[in-house]
Ligand binder design. Structure first.
Ligand SMILES: C[S@@+](CC[C@H](N)C(=O)[O-])C[C@H]1O[C@@H](n2cnc3c(N)ncnc32)[C@H](O)[C@@H]1O
Length: 248
């Protein structure tokens, strides 16, 4: 999705875009923010959208840079946080612009590195990493490729339990395979980058980060299927949460 696409969803963001922080039932993101916050530290919300995580950051850090490619989303975010004078809103395309905000101690980046095109995603990842001060921390949430494959398996199981023959059950549960080997999964027709745990480790290590923790943020099956059957329980679908420290 490009700038215009994100502008278009600004007013219907809550209905259309899955709310990660609201579904982080174990409080993984909040706990990490608590452990990194100090009176002096500054933070950035990269791809802040309509500003769901801005209160979390603004309450804990001296100053917060809310960065997004969509001016419409930034407008909604600013309206939602009128009393918070320690937030600076920055309109920037991370895949193109020179950074118009400083590197900060903590960078939170939730489901922003989704672009399927490598020529867009690589600069996006590079600039995300350079937005962290040396010695600072990156808190990253990205879709999990493993979780997508688990969902396909659950779909297959469900089809078999419903009595489909093996061939039909597999066909009906198949993913649109175009780009799957590079982690590209089509969500409502939008090609979306998904990640392996090992890929995240390599991606961040190559860019001078030490990975401190990789966790699952787990969601109920209703996030994948409108009416999942009662037997469909753990393991649940998830996004990857990564905490990493910039060492170089
Ligand atoms: C899935 S939304 C997530 C928003 C927010 N982090 C949240 O969790 O609610 C992705 C956000 O990334 C922003 N984004 C996508 N590509 C970007 C880019 N190249 N530069 C800056 N922001 C970008 C979009 O405008 C959108 O607001």
């Amino acid at each position: 999705m490009n700038e215009r696409d994100w502008d278009k969803v600004a007013d219907s963001f809550e209905e259309e875009i899955f709310n990660v922080p609201a579904n982080d039932s174990r409080g993984i993101i909040r706990n990490w923010l608590d452990s990194l916050a100090t009176d002096e530290a500054e933070a950035t919300d990269l791809g802040c959208g309509v500003g769901r995580t801005l209160p979390l950051l603004a309450d804990r850090f001296r100053h917060v840079f809310a960065v997004d490619v969509s001016s419409q989303c930034l407008e909604v975010a600013a309206k939602a946080n009128p009393g918070r004078s320690n937030i600076t809103y920055v309109h920037a395309d991370l895949s193109k612009d020179r950074n118009s905000y400083p590197a900060t101690d903590v960078v939170l980046c939730i489901n922003t590195l989704l672009n399927a095109a490598l020529e867009v995603r690589e600069p996006l990842v590079d600039r995300t990493c350079r937005s962290v001060k040396k010695g600072g921390h990156l808190l990253l949430v990205v879709p999990s490729l493993n979780s997508t494959l688990l969902t396909a398996y659950r779909h297959l199981q469900w089809n078999l339990r419903d009595g489909m023959d093996a061939r039909e059950a597999q066909r009906a549960a198949a993913l649109n395979g175009k780009g799957l080997e590079h982690g590209i999964v089509h969500i409502d027709g939008v090609p979306t980058k998904h990640y392996l745990r090992e890929e995240l480790e390599a991606m961040l290590t190559d860019r001078g980060f030490g990975v401190l923790e990789i966790e699952k943020i787990e969601y109920p099956w209703t996030t994948e299927f409108a009416e999942p059957p009662r037997w469909m329980k753990s393991p649940y679908p998830w996004d990857w949460f990564v905490a990493a420290r910039r060492t170089k």
